[in-house]
Every structure is written in C-alpha cells, then in structure tokens.
Design a protein around this ligand. Sequence first.
Ligand SMILES: *Cc1c(COP(=O)(O)O)cnc(C)c1O
Length: 374
Amino acid sequence: MRAEARIDLDAVRHNIAAVRDRVGAAEVMAVVKADGYGHGMVECARAARRAGAAWLGTALPGEALELRRQGVDGRVLTWLWVPGDPIADALDADVDISVSGRWALDEVVSAAREVGAPARVHLKADTGLGRNGCPPYEWEPLVEAALKAQADGWVRVVGLWSHFACADEPGHPSIAAQLTAFREAVALAERRGVAPEVRHIANSPAALLLPEAHFDLVRSGLATYGLSPVPDVHGSRELGLRPVMTLAASVASVKRVAAGHGVSYGHTWKAARETNLALVPLGYADGVPRHASDTGPVWLAGARRTVVGRVAMDQFVVDLGDDAAEVGDEVVVFGPGDGGAPTAEDWARAAGTIAYEIVTRIGSRVPRVYQGAR
Ligand SMILES: *Cc1c(COP(=O)(O)O)cnc(C)c1O
C-alpha cells in the first residue's frame, strides 16, 4: 500500500445517529455532494440511509443521478444546476429539485412535461447568504408562478428552504436575521397556499447548535463525516462525532542527513543538526495541501512528526530526529485523532483552511478502503 483513505462506515452511522439525537423530530438529510466530501458518495449514502437519514442531498443533478444508478433509493434533493442540466433525467429518477428563480421553474416545468409527471420542487430563498436562492424582491412572484405550475399539474411545491452564511459562528447577528427572513419567506408562501412537506435551513453547525433552526429537516454535511463545523468552539468528540476518514501511507525511504542538509524544492528547510528523515509518498496531487509545507503533522513511529520542506506533487518529508523508522512503516496523516495522532482539523490549521477542504480534496489517486458493516 502506497497510501489509502480508510473510510469507517460504522462512524458514518454513528454520526447520523448523533445528529438525529440532536434534532429530535426533524428529519436528517445526509449531504453527499463532492463524492461524499471525498469519502465516497455511494458507500456513505448507503451507510447514512441505514442509520435513518430519510434524505440525501447533492449539489449537482449528475451526483443525484449517480446515486440512483448505483441503486440508492429514498428521497434525494439536488440544488445547484444551470440551464441544460439533465433535469428531465433527474425527475425520471424521482429526484427532488431546488428552484431559486423563474428560469429554473420554467426548465423544471418543461422537464416535467417531457417526463409526463409533476416535479417535486423546493423553493429556495436567499435570506442573506448572497449566493444561490431567490432574492426577496423576486420571492412573491416566484411563489405565485410555482403555485400556477402546481395548479397546472407540473410541479408540487414540497419544500421551502434556505442556507446560512455564518451558522459556524454561534451568536453571529446574521443568524437571527436569516431566521427572521426565512420565517417571513415561509409565511408568505404559506399565505399564498403553499403547503410544504419540509421547511429547512440548518446545515451541520445549525443542526448541532441551533435548535430554533431545525424546522422539519436538517442538512448534515460535515457532521456526517465526523468533523466539527465549529472547531474553535467544540471538537468532534465534544459534539459526539467520530471522524470517518483516516489517511495513511507507507514510508517510502528513510535516511540520515548531516546538519545543514536541505530538503525538497527551494530548500525552505535545512537540518539544524544531523537527523533522520522519512519520505511519505503523498503530495499535493493527492490533496496534501502545499500550504502545509514545513507545518503539517503526521503520526509515525509512535509520535507526532512535522513535515519539513515543501510538500511536492507526489511526496513530502518528515523529520524523525534521532528516532528510527523503517521503509514500509505506516504513517497516519490524519484520522480520528486517537492516541495523539493528527486530525483533518490539525491539517486545516496547518494549511490555513477548513477541514471541509482537507477531506474533499483527497485525490482520486488515493484508493478509498471501506471498513465497518456495509
Ligand atoms: C454543502 C451544503 C450543506 C452541508 O453543509 P455542512 O456545513 O457541511 O453541513 C447544506 N446545505 C447546502 C445548500 C449545501 O450546499
């Protein structure tokens, strides 16, 4: 094994159960976009389903279609699409579609006509995120148009929803403002005659920390994979979550170098004294961030070690001091953090980013090895 990403499916189930515990009567959507945040979309979707996630969420219609092709059933919502995307195929595959504007509603209606059955639609309001979602000045006409399409038999408005900007910063004033805007958007739609099956705004941080945001459904992305969405406030363990991915590799070379010896491109690091160096065969092409050059932590030969020199495309070096390691020894780059080994969060800090980006970018060259009950 050069390197592998071990995916603990028992941990996925544990995390979905933990989120379900937190949200009481609300349903849970496991968000499995971007190949299940790098963990493997289909396997994680199946594990989440078995743990009682009634819904699955994907950004792209193609991701939802892939779930169906792999035989994953139950409710699936997809929300990020552009004109020309395979919406008729998604409807044919019984996928729920998000609509944020008139052009999208028109495309869904023509896709529904093509398929010959009504589309299940979730109308998305921009309550302050400033990204996808219908702006307030277009909300009422969008609701009216959707109700007209519903009366014509081409859509069923089953969801009203939105997304937070700062739910990962508990107490941020935008949270209360977005909740108020969401309640207003829902109330307007309901006054006009929408009877939604689900109203939803909560992502992982809101699902875990903001009960007033739970409504009928919460969308659990990062929490599904056992990582804390609020690492500066609560760690994974404190939130009852268990990290799902362990990135491990085998040492490819060990050597002793003299004081002053440089390491990797640019010689950004030079040995202060004679030392042992181990070569780890993972690089930025595998998703190890180059920004973690000289800082990233690994677990090797019973202790934490640090990357020295630049992370290259395929490899990086760690300093062992006078400790020994053998070619073939296992290096844990990150994992659940048991026994002092580093976590994806540690790498996020080392690289100046978030754990979402660390796990999502682990490359296709790293095989996913599934562990735990399937
Ligand atoms: C990715 C995404 C989520 C999941 O967010 P987490 O913070 O990972 O829980 C939820 N909703 C939408 C619209 C998303 O794009």
